[in-house]
Design a protein around this ligand. Structure first.
Ligand SMILES: NC(=O)c1ccc[n+]([C@@H]2O[C@H](COP(=O)([O-])OP(=O)(O)OC[C@H]3O[C@@H](n4cnc5c(N)ncnc54)[C@H](O)[C@@H]3O)[C@@H](O)[C@H]2O)c1
Length: 318
């Protein structure tokens, strides 16, 4: 992507729990000089802008305002967190009907005013809505990114770090596929300092405990349900993940992140969005890393892609 002159603008469509928490994290980071908040509930966007502006004397001279779609013009990144959240007991797929209708309204409205920026999708079901955003926007696939399994991968690394007593940032392990019930842990490539987990256990004289590993995956996969039961929504960790993706884009960092984007012929799977470790830079998706998976992981990924394609097939994007 061409370098943009002038202030760095980030637009956020939907400033509920996720959008507002992301706006706060972005403001504290100082990465953006302009943050535009757009919400169907105008008063909510205005209230968030006022509250955020009052942090400016303590933080950075960032301009924050409640805007409308023309204000997306010139935004390097537009984050989509509009929609309805997951209610207790609901799966992310339950949200599809409600959120795809919103998509048909808001994606063309953003792209009309900003055909050159990157779209970053957080709303669930995030993989399906990333695909829908790609289709509805007409943008090249590298400029439409879903937060995908960046959150699940973070949860996985955190739980592994607690088990192994090693900093989560030193654990290299990925969750791929759907952000949701069919996601796939890549155990075959998980490592600490290049040592596969069974070898790490052997070297550290720890028991290599399959049941504990399975429990870590289940806690990773079901974390959103457990948090929603307790506090009604999840937003801090996903906002931090959105921040990390935004930073990789704005600073052209070529960071490997588990994010969702259009997949083309990976183990024969095409025309669906899901997460793989992906190099993210100022152009968006620079390179999707085609991991060599174990046979059982390929099978699980095919199942995950099949689930997503079944939902995508029912979308009305016309
Ligand atoms: N990708 C992830 O890892 C992840 C994690 C947590 C939540 N989520 C998802 O993020 C989404 C938002 O969750 P939340 O807790 O912030 O919900 P929320 O209800 O707090 O906020 C949603 C906001 O969207 C606004 N909105 C609704 N329709 C709109 C429209 N047509 N145009 C503009 N704004 C509109 C609402 O007014 C509200 O302010 C949900 O779909 C949730 O499942 C994703």
């Amino acid at each position: 992507m061409e370098e943009r002159a002038g202030p760095v603008r980030v637009a956020i469509v939907g400033v509920g729990n996720v959008g507002a928490t992301f706006a706060y994290a972005l403001l504290l980071s100082g990465l953006a000089s302009e943050i535009v908040l757009i919400d169907a509930n105008r008063a909510k966007a205005e209230g968030e802008a006022m509250d955020l502006n009052h942090t400016v004397p303590f933080t950075h001279s960032t301009r924050v305002w409640a805007g409308d779609y023309p204000d997306c013009s010139g935004a390097s990144v537009t984050v989509f967190a509009a929609g309805v959240g997951q209610k207790p007991g609901e799966t992310r797929f339950d949200l599809i009907r409600k959120n795809s209708a919103i998509w048909r309204e808001i994606v063309p409205a953003v792209v009309k005013h900003n055909p050159d920026g990157i779209l970053l999708i957080a709303t669930n079901p995030v993989d399906v809505l990333t695909y829908a955003a790609w289709k509805l926007s007409g943008l090249p696939p590298e400029r439409v990114i879903g937060s995908g399994t960046i959150l699940d991968t973070a949860r996985f690394r955190y739980l592994l770090s607690q088990h192994f007593g090693v900093d989560a940032r030193s654990i290299h392990a990925h969750i791929i596929g759907e952000h949701g019930d069919s996601e796939v842990p890549v155990w075959s490539l998980a490592n600490i300092a290049g040592m596969r987990l069974p070898d790490f256990c052997k070297a550290q004289m720890l028991a290599s405990d399959r049941a504990a590993m399975e429990e870590i995956f289940l806690q990773t996969r079901d974390a959103a349900y457990r948090i929603i039961e307790r506090k009604g929504a999840t937003y801090y960790a996903v906002a931090a993940g959105l921040m990390r993706i935004t930073e990789a884009i704005l600073r052209n960092q070529s960071t490997v992140l588990s994010v969702s984007s259009l997949i083309d012929d990976y183990y024969g799977i095409s025309d669906v969005c899901f997460s793989l470790p992906t190099v993210v830079d100022s152009g968006g998706v620079e390179n999707i890393l085609r991991l060599e998976l174990a046979p059982d992981e390929i099978e699980k990924l095919r199942h995950s892609a099949g689930m997503l394609k079944a939902v995508i097939g029912k979308l009305e994007l016309g």
